[in-house]
Ligand binder design. Structure first.
Ligand code: BDR
Ligand code: CA
Length: 314
């Protein structure tokens, strides 16, 4: 049986591929797409989710817009990585897929309380919507099977020396999620940096011979130039689909149990995920932490999903 999920995202080049992987892989039943401010404003990330669904032929999956800013601090967008639109690079057709009325958190709550089985939440963005869901609707937790998120790192950051972008943008929200008692799997930079969109991957996407495959290759080409310019990477890491891949097949992403705390006060370390892999601290395990990616299996699933969606729209 496909796993029912809601993806909470801020598209974003890698969020776009995460949506396509979730919609195009038979192991997933994508119930909704919710958006949040992060890589760009929520207006732009919502518009981008609509553009992705339009170009990928994803219809019948509700899209709802969520929080416009982090819980406590002002929003800082990642236009250096994702451009002014949040998804610079390809030319997209005007979106024909719309949004549903109401707030993302209310849509999530409705689905969680009405769906016959517990639902997996897959956040690939700052955790503002998820924290709001858990605080506003405490009974929502009963409808959540687990939260499999992209964010944090067992090592260094990509927004500050210590903090990864999704956690750094809304540390209070991340703190609420990691302390919620809901099972959490964290796919951080230490594992997403193993998902490199190499020239071979771009050639496979382009080689699908579909409009969608070409758009994905163009998204990755833009992402590659940003990663080269900002961090000197030879190929860009496709972060967000790693969380979806973990849900599709746990064998793709090996995890270990650990305690994870979000640093809220450090002078230079606010937004860091303190992952106690070696049990130095006397803290209970509250997360599964991704440590190793099977890159071959991962890319086969991503490219397979794009191929499936592309065949439907060509
Ligand atoms: C995360 O930050 C965003 O820019 C990406 O979409 C991803 O979710 C990586 O740190
Ligand atoms: Ca993202």
């Amino acid at each position: 049986m496909p796993v029912p999920i809601i993806i909470d995202c801020d598209p974003g080049h890698d969020d776009a591929l995460a949506i396509m992987l979730a919609a195009g892989d038979p192991a997933i039943d994508l119930l909704a797409i919710t958006t949040v401010a992060g890589n760009q404003t929520v207006e732009k990330t919502t518009f981008n989710a609509r553009r992705v669904c339009t170009v990928a032929g994803i219809t019948g999956v509700p899209i709802a817009a969520g929080c416009a800013r982090p819980l406590v601090q002002p929003l800082r967008v990642a236009d250096d990585v994702h451009g002014d639109s949040g998804m610079d690079g390809p030319r997209f057709p005007d979106p024909t897929v719309g949004t549903v009325p109401g707030h993302a958190v209310d849509l999530m709550y409705r689905i969680l309380t009405e769906h016959p089985e517990p639902v997996t939440l897959v956040p690939t963005a700052p955790l503002t919507n998820i924290a709001l869901l858990l605080t506003r609707y405490p009974d929502a937790a009963a409808g959540i099977h687990e939260i499999v998120l992209m964010g944090g790192s067992t090592e260094r950051g990509n927004k500050t020396p210590a903090a990864e972008f999704n956690i750094f943008i809304d540390p209070e929200a991340a703190d609420i999620v990691f302390r919620s008692g809901v099972p959490v799997t964290m796919c951080g930079l230490n594992v997403t940096h193993q998902a490199l969109a190499t020239p071979d991957v771009l050639a496979r996407l382009d080689g699908l011979g579909t409009e969608l495959g070409g758009i994905c290759a163009q998204l990755m080409t833009y992402f590659a130039s940003a990663y080269k310019r900002l961090w000197g990477f030879e190929a860009p890491p496709l972060h967000d689909p790693v969380a979806v891949a973990r849900v599709i097949d746990p064998a793709i992403v090996r995890c270990v149990d650990a305690s994870v705390a979000v640093e809220l006060h450090g002078q230079f370390t606010r937004g860091a995920t303190v992952v106690d892999l070696h049990r130095y601290l006397d803290r209970p395990v509250n997360a599964r932490v991704a440590v190793e990616l099977d890159a071959g299996l991962f890319w086969d699933r991503v490219i397979g999903a794009v191929e499936r969606l592309g065949a439907r729209t060509t």
